[in-house]
Structures are given as C-alpha cells and as structure tokens.
Design a protein around this ligand. Structure first.
Ligand code: SPV
Ligand code: MN
Length: 623
C-alpha cells in the first residue's frame, strides 16, 4: 500500500475511503491525503454525485450555522463577514516561479514565498472541523468543453453553492483516464467568529499555475471561495491559451428572431453592469450568465456555459425590472440568499425589492435598523450592494433547450458592455472582428462596483471584462482573441453596448428594459435584415428600424429626439477614450500586439476627420 493510501485509511471513515478507492485515481488520492495531513480536519466527508451526499452537505450547512433556514421551503440565508463582501483582487495572486513574468497588470508573488504563506494558513486550519471533498465538471458532462475538478473545503456553504452552480463530476472522474488533468481547489474559511471568517487580514487566493491548484483562505465570499467559479476561470484561460480556444467572462443568451428562429450571443460585462439581466431578458432564453468556453467546431464558433446555476446580484430585483428572477426567488425551491436582510418572520429582503422597506432585521452587519452606520460612519443599506442569490438554472422557465448540448450553441454575435456615462452609444456594431476585439473588447472600460473590495466608481480599462482573471500576459490574451476568428467560416459580429449613458442632468438616457431592443437589432444584423449607419466608431441603427423594434417588442414610442440624444457621436469623449486606452497599453502591456495601436490610430483619424466636417457632437442623421 502506498503512503497516501495508508494515511487515507487512517484518517477517513470506511464509506469515504471506499468512495475514493472507487475512483481508482492515485493522483486524486495523493491530493486528498496531502491536504488531510496539512489541514488536520476532525473528519473527512468524500461525496459522490448522489442525492444522499448532496443532502448531507445541505444538512451540514444548516447544522454548522453557515446557512439559516428561511420561511419558504428550501430557502436559506448565508452571511459573509462585514469585511468579506466581494472578490479581493489585491490579495489574489499568481505564484510565479523564478524567471516567469505575467506583466504588471497581473498580480503575482514569488512562488516559494507565496506557497510558504498560504500553506502556513492552511496548516491545522481544519482542526475541529469537517473537510468536504467534492467532484464537479466544468461545462457539459462528457463534452469537448468539459474539465473535471476537485474541491476540498471546510465550508458546507461553499460545497452547497457548488452543488447548485456546477454539474456533478464524480462519475466523470471515475471513468476518466487517471493521467488526465483536473483542476484542484483547496479552501478554508479559517478561524470562525459568529460563523464568519475572523482573520480576513490573512485572506488570500493564491494560484499555482504549474500544478493547476488554487488555494483560498480566511474568506467565505463565493467569488473568493467557490473554486469552480472565478478561480477555475483563471486556470481555464491558461489552458485555453495553450489549446487555442477561449475561456471568457461571458453570458450566453438566445435571442428570438422572425419566424421563431433563435440566434445566440455571448456577452462580456464587468460585474454589476447588466450582465445577468441581459442573459435573463424577458421572452428570450438563457444558456448562462457568467462564464463561457468558446471553441471552434467544424469552422463554427460554439459556446458552452461552464456552470449550471446563477450566483446573481440581488439588487433592484422586483416584479417589474427582473420578473423571471423574481419568480424564481419567491417560490419554494433550493435558493441560497447571501448578505440580504432577514426579517423576524424569516423573509429575505433586499434593496429595490419593490416592497415597503422593513423597520428592522438581521443582515451582514448584525441587527439592522434604518439609518444604521458602521464604525467608519458609512451608512449601512438594508442589504449589501453585492448581496446575491444562488439558484439552479433548471428552476428558470427560460432555460434554453440547448444548455447541455455537448457541442455548445453556435455563436453569431459577441457583445461587450461597460458602465460608461458619457462616451459609447447604446449599441454599435464593430466594422469587423479585429476592429471589435480592439475597440470594443480590449477597450472595455467600466466604473468599479461593489463586486470587488475597494473604492467604487473609478473608471478602469478591463479587457473583455476579464482583467481580474487573466492568467497569461495580457498582450497574448488579446492576440488569442484576435486569432480565434482566423479559421472560422462564419465569423461572429461584434457589438458594443452601453446601458449607462447619462444626459446633462446626470439622468440615465435609457430604461432598463430598453436593452431588449438593442439585442433585437443585433439579431436582425446577424441575418442582414436591417441596414446600419456607418460612423467613425462603428455601425449604428437607423432611427426607423429602432422605432419599429421599440414598438413591436416593448410597446413603446421611441422618439426621434431620444434617438438623436442617445446615438449622437461624442467626438471629444471618443478621442479621450482612444488616448486613455493607448496609454494603458503602452505603459502597462508591453506585449500588446502592434495591430492594437494601428486600429486605435485609424479610429482617431476617422474621428478627427468627422470633427473637421461636423464639429464635436454629430447627430446620427448627419452621417
Ligand atoms: C462577478 O463579480 O463577476 C461575479 C460574482 O460573477 S463573483 O463570484 O464574485 O465573481
Ligand atoms: Mn462574473
């Protein structure tokens, strides 16, 4: 018997030993043994894909107080610590071996030093606790997209979240070649006080690219802990780069067109910029809302959702603004609410839920009352800006029929959208793939939001909304995106959208529901059924087409004045943007491809020529 097997026999009960043994995969066995020895848990639970094991995880989350039952059957609430409410990019680092370099926009730490730190946090971290060992599959099981993964955690909330958000993987791994690679995640919530991670100053997410293993310690917030979500995306970007496919921070949505056809789009939006609501447009169908793998199958771009659930922001979710999510959240079924407010009657409440605000309750800050402030005199809203719900996509009526297709869905359009008050028009098609990747994807900017810890409202360049997850030099990542279209017979169109354009008094120029009109226009563009106006920055809709689309799909009168205000070309802002983007790449991305500067320069020249003819602000009717 090998050393790791002896340790497993000594530390695990018979049932867990058997489940591990049935995998017949020594690399999994060694991985589990290594961290049982290091983390020193009181007990270990290895689970299969079976319902009994899933039920056990749910029960443990309730017993250890990580989740509390709510009044509605199947609903629970989880609180993260007051200072643990978002992803933590500052303490998320790549472990770099000597000589490796990812560029200054990607945070890293010397491998030996980082390993010593994080393994130090893990040592003995599970004493008195139970270690859970879970197996999942990223992407449709058994498909070309699929990647197996193993999660070790001492948090039943994390394991429960993963059971909702990911496809099972035990059986897949059992049948897999024991030499085949798998992603590995090790998480500890660390020392707990009042059920939340107490040592957040020791919070870290360290990524070992050589071993495909990610460590996460002293945190509970899902974006830092749920290994298969953002942690796996970092590993997948690297794998994709080696294997010539793309791992993207993207939704996948099916948009209905004339005759009932369905046209699929992927879309990248930084957190809090309308991504989930684009995936959830009323009348359309959702494949996924967060992470997509894109591959080429027979010369066609195809996309698969890595996940099987949604970890969505619960703010302004109400029957008017988000009817489908609302429905899923108010009926019995498996839902984990996090960082919302809970009333005495066990009812979850959140900002913008369309009901009269509660007078008191419990939230992530403890007892809450209107006007409550924290120790730094910051007002505490009834629910956190980044409060979330976790649900399985199966519970949505609009789950797309192709969601599990092993070939994914065909991609006809790619959308990039940020939070931009004054530059981009609501929707615009790029001239071609290269122009789109550079001026829409690589130029994506957004004001920061509460999904990451730090100051909100700062504009930053976030290539493809993937900056937080890029694990290769950024220039190479952009090159991979450019190259993806090279041998496609049917190249997807690229669009930029902006749901956050503001008028002179700071008011939003569009309603939330207008985004459906922009998607309907894109759908018609894919099939070449509407014309477009060529401007220096791309192709925009004709007024008469938009008017017709608004009427047909939203029952709304779309006024010419609104069209002009929304679609005017703002040349000073556009030129300032070109300058900002160039500066970021020149100063921070030494390996940026030369074509990026050429495409930006050509855009600048078109803008300057337009300014010479028309002045600073140009009505779409003048092109
Ligand atoms: C995001 O912030 O992009 C999310 C939530 O999808 S998190 O899991 O925190 O990444
Ligand atoms: Mn995301």
């Amino acid at each position: 018997m090998q050393e790791h097997e002896k340790l497993i026999r000594r530390r695990l009960d018979e049932a867990s030993c058997e489940k591990l043994a049935a995998l017949d995969n020594p690399r999994v066995g060694r991985f589990v043994a290594e961290f049982v020895e290091l983390c020193d848990p009181a007990s270990v639970f290895v689970s299969t894909d079976g319902e009994e094991d899933r039920a056990y995880v749910r029960r443990r989350a309730a017993e250890n107080g990580e989740e509390m039952p709510l009044a509605m059957e199947g609903h629970t609430v989880h609180f993260d610590g007051y200072h643990d409410q978002g992803r933590d990019p500052a303490n998320t680092k790549y472990l770099l071996p000597p000589g490796a370099d990812l560029g200054q926009r990607v945070r890293s730490i010397d491998r030996e030093q980082g390993l010593a730190e994080v393994l130090g946090y893990l040592r003995g971290s599970m004493q008195g606790k139970e270690m859970l060992v879970r197996f999942y599959t990223l992407g449709p099981v058994g498909s070309a997209f699929a990647i197996p993964a193993v999660q070790i955690t001492d948090s039943a909330y994390v394991a429960h979240s993963e059971d909702i958000l990911y496809r099972p993987g035990y059986e897949q791994l059992r049948r897999a070649d024991p030499q085949a690679a798998f992603f590995r995640f090790v998480h500890t919530a660390g020392r707990l006080e009042d059920r939340v991670s107490a040592d957040v100053e020791k919070r870290c997410v360290y990524i070992d690219l050589e071993e495909s293993i990610i460590y996460s310690t002293n945190t509970q917030y899902a974006g830092n802990t749920v290994g298969l979500k953002k942690l796996a995306l970092r590993l997948a970007i690297r794998k994709a780069s080696r294997e010539a496919w793309l791992a993207e921070h993207m939704l996948i949505v099916g948009i209905r067109g004339p005759g009932g056809r369905r046209t699929y789009f992927t879309g990248a939006f930084p957190s809090g910029c309308g991504k989930t609501s684009t995936a959830m447009l009323p009348g359309e169908s959702i494949v996924g809302d967060d992470i997509a793998y894109l591959r080429k199958v027979d010369g066609q771009a195809r996309a698969a959702n890595v996940e099987s659930g949604i970890f969505g922001i619960i703010r302004d979710v109400n029957p008017d603004d988000d009817p489908l999510i609302w429905q899923a959240l108010i009926r019995p079924g498996e839902v984990i609410f996090s960082n919302v407010l809970v009333t005495e009657d066990g009812v979850p409440r959140w900002h913008g839920d369309g009901r009269p605000p509660p007078e008191r309750g419990i939230n992530h800050s403890g007892q809450w009352w209107p006007g409550k402030e924290d120790e730094a005199s910051n007002p505490i809203d009834l629910s956190h800006w980044n409060a979330r719900y976790t649900i399985h996509l199966e519970c949505l009526d609009n789950y797309d029929p192709l969601h599990n297709d092993p070939d994914g869905v065909p991609v006809h359009g790619v959308i990039y959208g940020g939070r931009d008050s004054d530059t981009w028009v609501p929707v615009e098609q790029a001239f071609d793939w290269t122009h789109g990747i550079i001026t829409k994807g690589a130029s994506l900017e957004s004001e920061s939001t509460a999904a990451t810890i730090g100051v909100s409202g700062v504009r930053r360049c976030d290539p493809m909304s993937n900056l937080d997850f890029i694990s290769i030099p950024i220039g190479r990542y952009i090159r991979n995106n450019l190259d993806f279209a090279a041998d496609l017979s049917d190249v997807p169109l690229i669009f930029g959208v902006n749901y956050f354009l503001k008028g002179p008094r700071g008011e939003y120029l569009n309603e939330q529901r207008d985004k459906r009109a922009w998607l309907k226009w894109m759908e018609l563009r894919v099939h070449e059924e509407v014309d477009a106006i060529e401007t220096p920055t791309g192709l925009i809709p004709l007024y008469r087409d938009m008017r017709h689309i608004f009427q047909e799909h939203l029952g709304k009168e779309y006024e010419a004045d609104d069209y002009v205000e929304q679609f005017q070309l703002r040349i000073p802002e556009q030129l300032a943007k070109v300058r900002r983007i160039e500066k970021v790449y020149r100063e921070q991305v030494p390996d940026a491809p030369e074509v990026l500067y050429e495409v930006l320069q050509a855009q600048r020249e078109r803008l300057e020529a337009a300014r010479a003819r028309h002045g600073d602000y140009v009505s779409p009717f003048d092109f």
